[in-house]
Design a protein around this ligand. Structure first.
Ligand SMILES: Cc1cc2nc3c(=O)[nH]c(=O)nc-3n(C[C@H](O)[C@H](O)[C@H](O)COP(=O)(O)OP(=O)(O)OC[C@H]3O[C@@H](n4cnc5c(N)ncnc54)[C@H](O)[C@@H]3O)c2cc1C
Length: 388
């Protein structure tokens, strides 16, 4: 197989070296895989040829973007890892239509650096790993989620996809591929809407009296001037250097709404918030769950986490709840997901479901996805073990 793939991508772009298998056995989750080959394709045509070959030989393929999945979405188990990092070109910027077409390994930060010259942007940030996570990976997980701008899928205009038989096409129903974590097709191009950035943002910290005191939230949820509402429980607030009480961080589209108006100061707050991930890791809270919980379920959800000493940070505006547990206590993550299920939530708000949380996926969603997979990937070679 290695020889055949070398003929497609060139000798330097395939590896079965022990060291490479070691590097690619992890993503950013607590799980591990075992790739058998790593391939670095450079074009749609190469990917299509590899998929054709893999389909005939029944060898699984897993696509890797930035590898930042926290849900074990991009782990290869006796499979070929397709690292698409060489496909990182901006294909076309159409200023009249306000759209941009990119290869899948381009990052949001890369796009926004270019768009800044034209006073445009893809507005799905703040996103902590926007310089690493790829547009292909973000679209495949339909992340991140933002109160004002929605999920990244809302900004996708069209896709180019290679399916599990090696066929290249432009799907008429892009929703099949947005959020399906690479199990139905490999995204090789993404065309997205772009917009004017909001430049005059202001922000405010608000302290909640108790974990359940969410009366502050109802007016904010309806306020169209709000860009984002982030929640930090007392534990996370303390890690961020705030008082030992739950806090909300709110960003507004207007300068006169929030207390912090200086844009550099605002950026510093975001930087500080972005450190929470590693601060929690220092305290061994390495498993960050990600259920979506509807607004009416948030109060009981937070109550459960507090009773069980589970730290929570949340994009609370959208109901994305990151309850953090220690790797040694995976059963607590299970309890978090079961509760979210009971509260009529969904197993992923933005990080993906992957291998880690697939048992909590609703059966009707699973069945729908199975049908799509049967059609686009009849041999089941694309990212097996993920989602289904
Ligand atoms: C420290 C940290 C902070 C994070 N913060 C946030 C946050 O604020 N908001 C948020 O939403 N997420 C966050 N994440 C999660 C992560 O950034 C997202 O899940 C992101 O979508 C993954 O992008 P990626 O390029 O790294 O994809 P990968 O991790 O490489 O892959 C993710 C999935 O997409 C599939 N995939 C990748 N590229 C393609 C392609 N071209 N075609 C088909 N399938 C493909 C993979 O097979 C896999 O199933 C964070 C992660 C970390 C580690």
């Amino acid at each position: 197989m290695k020889d055949k793939i070398e003929k497609i991508v060139g000798a330097g772009n395939v590896s079965d070296k022990e060291a490479d298998m070691f590097v690619y056995k992890n993503d950013s989750s607590y799980l591990e895989g075992h790739p058998v080959l790593v391939v670095w394709p450079a074009s749609t045509e190469e990917i299509a040829k590899i998929a054709k070959l893999a389909n005939v030989r029944n060898i699984p393929l897993v696509v890797r973007g930035g590898g930042t999945s926290t849900a074990g979405c991009t782990l290869a188990e006796d499979a070929i890892m397709l690292d698409i990092s060489r496909m990182n070109k901006i294909v076309q910027l159409n200023l009249t239509e306000r759209s941009i077409t990119v290869e899948p390994a381009v990052t949001v930060a890369q796009v926004n650096r270019l768009l800044a010259h034209y006073e445009l942007c893809i507005p799905t940030v703040p996103h902590t790993v926007s310089g690493v996570a790829t547009i292909g990976g973000l679209v495949s997980c339909n992340s991140p989620s933002s109160l004002r701008f929605g999920q990244i899928g809302n900004w996708v205009m069209s896709l180019e996809v290679v399916d599990g038989t090696g066929k290249v096409f432009t799907p008429s129903k892009i929703s099949i591929f947005v959020g399906s974590e690479g199990v139905c097709g490999i995204i090789t191009k993404v065309k997205m809407k772009v917009t004017k950035p909001i430049t005059a943002i202001s922000g405010t910290w608000k302290q909640c009296v108790s974990q359940e005191e969410l009366s502050l939230l109802s007016p904010l949820w309806k306020d169209s001037d709000v860009i984002t509402i982030e929640y930090f429980d007392a534990y996370c607030s303390q890690l961020l250097g705030l008082a030992d009480k739950p806090h909300l961080w709110i960003e507004y589209v207007f300068l006169d709404k929030g207390d912090i108006k200086d844009q550099q100061e605002l950026a510093a707050v975001r930087e500080r918030i972005a450190k929470l991930y590693s601060l929690l890791k220092q305290h061994k809270f390495t498993v960050h769950t990600d259920p979506y919980v509807p607004h009416e379920g948030i109060s009981p959800f937070l109550h459960f986490c507090r009773r069980n000493s589970i730290p929570v940070y949340s994009h609370i505006g959208q109901g994305v709840m990151h309850a953090c547990v220690r790797k040694e206590h995976p059963e607590m993550a299970g309890k978090v997901y079961k509760l979210a299920q009971k509260l009529k939530g969904y197993p992923s708000g933005e990080f993906g479901i992957g291998r880690a949380w697939k048992e909590y996926m609703p059966p009707d969603k699973k069945n729908e996805l199975k049908e799509h997979k049967k059609f686009y990937d009849p041999s089941g070679i694309l990212n097996p073990g993920c989602l289904l």
